[in-house]
Design a protein around this ligand. Sequence first.
Ligand code: BG6
Length: 369
Amino acid sequence: EKGGWPSFMAKEVSEEPEAVANTIRGRIHDGAVVIPELAGMDDLFAGIRRVIIIACGTAAYAGQTGKYALEQWTRVPVDVELAHEFRYRDPVIGEDTLVVSISQSGETMDTLMAVKYARERGAKTLSICNTQGATIPRESDAVVYTHAGPEVAVASTKAFVAQITALYLLALHIGRVRGVLSGAESADHVRELEAVPPKISRVLAEEQAHIEQFSRWMADTQSVLFLGRHVGYPIALEGALKLKEISYIHAEGFAAGELKHGPIALIEPGQPVFVIVPSPRESAELHKKVVSNIQEIRARGARVIVVAEEGDAAVLPFADEVLRIPLAGPFFEPLLAVVPLHIFAMGLATAKGLDVDQPRNLAKSVTVE
Ligand code: BG6
């Protein structure tokens, strides 16, 4: 079943391009997003005043990543909450709230209970799910399936990129319904989204061997930090989660802007730090700020591994390793930047001789609260 791959996780990372492509397939017509499952829901989308995304684990980071585009393209305020926190704090929700749950399995008990809770309080519920006919979509008013294919490894990889893709399709649809996006703007974003799968393939082809090589000399590392800003921030969180899950190394993700408010105290000579660098074309200002963060940690002896867009030369003087991702439009870099982090987690766990598919203490789907 592994089709010649050393692990399901390796196979599933290699399937990230198809996970995105298959989630888009059949949902674009003449440059516009058409999601047949959402037919008849336009009035609802036109009337909502708030979106709350609920999920656990990696799915919650997909939600945090999708929030930026969802808010920008629809101009509806979006909050992302961990499902198990959401329903224990009497959230302010009602008929004009759309609660979007994200779950690969569709069976996560915390997420299911949060969906039921939201429905009981009158909110509309939409599920993004990778498993046909699972409990969460059955308990929701609507479902947009991700088509990542079955995911076997406990640590989620291809489902993550498919979840972000589904959120983007949903965002483009709602943005059009609400008249925030013009047909031309939406078509531009659709083109960018359709260009993502071959770009992920390029990252895999060009960086996999390089990352596996340096993860081998990092096998004794005790702790790894990840920094990101804007859409790079949830990707930093996802990179850290994946490393904890399968390599049992202490790992933490931070918002790069938060560095001086605490995390910089952790930097000592030799500390490995991954930095997701924003595109200088998309945001010269954010790019400059993150490059200056890199200089600050480098001056304190950090071993800096950057994930940066092709052609970004500003990072070169301060980086020990440079992982390149192809150019992408605003909001689309995270779908590329996460790929090296998935490869790295797998490379390090493999270098430590661990079972990447079945990490200790974890289950693929947690069906208890
Ligand atoms: C965890 C899994 O227990 O559940 C994670 O180990 C996953 O990999 C999380 O991200 C949420 O699962 P699901 O199926 O709701 O997306």
